[in-house]
Design a protein around this ligand. Sequence first.
Ligand SMILES: C[S@@+](CC[C@H](N)C(=O)[O-])C[C@H]1O[C@@H](n2cnc3c(N)ncnc32)[C@H](O)[C@@H]1O
Length: 251
Amino acid sequence: MKKLYLISTGPGDLACLAPLARLALQQCDDIVGYGLYIDLLNELVNNIQQHDLPLGQEIERARLALDLAAKGKVTGLISSGDIGIYAMATLVFELLDYENKPEWQDIEIEVIPGISALQMLASRVGAPLAHDFCTISLSDLLTPWETIEKRIHAAGQGDFVVSFYNPVSRKRRWQLEKAKQILLDYKPKDTPVMIGRNLSRKTEKIHITTLENLDIEQVDMLTLVMVGNQETRVIKDTQYVYTPRGYRGKQ
Ligand SMILES: C[S@@+](CC[C@H](N)C(=O)[O-])C[C@H]1O[C@@H](n2cnc3c(N)ncnc32)[C@H](O)[C@@H]1O
């Protein structure tokens, strides 16, 4: 049987790797991924043939994974966080959809879910995602900025808790400042903002601030930025952050 696992490796710490992902890795002859994320798997991948393709070669990674599986190698394509969230799973299905080679047709694909950065950050600070929320990627590499800006306005109008993935990159820094200015049209200046860098990795850093004081210089490409809704509160003495669901008004 031809088998391709699309494996989510979680935010970093192996303790956050789902048992299903461990089981899938144990089945693999080959894994394909980006070196940094393969390295985070440490001893779990020692006996597996590793194919490390650099950032920017996402299409090549997905194609290689399909080709290896087509040749009968049990293959794992890995991605950090959840492989279905701004990650590699969609590319595999897109290749199947548009380029469906005959040898790919009978590959059985199994998607293994994982903890995404937003769940990790939420768990570190308290319960900020307890009510309606959305995620927006600020990367305009594949999505036109006009579309992203429209979604930020919609998130502001709807008063969602918003998590910004890909908030900046080395070459791309103005988008987060623009997103902040748009949200300030809808949300109070003191809306809590949670900044999580390198979540669940050795150099993890969490910072809680307000929308007005969100400093773009504190953010890099390994950071998730989460902006509360109008109800989100920081418990001042403990620095926990939570978004109420409305129980208090029902008492
Ligand atoms: C291409 S997206 C991949 C998202 C990933 N699939 C997930 O579910 O978390 C990369 C962005 O995810 C966020 N991210 C992923 N892992 C993170 C971590 N351990 N700490 C902080 N942010 C992270 C950052 O915003 C980063 O720019």
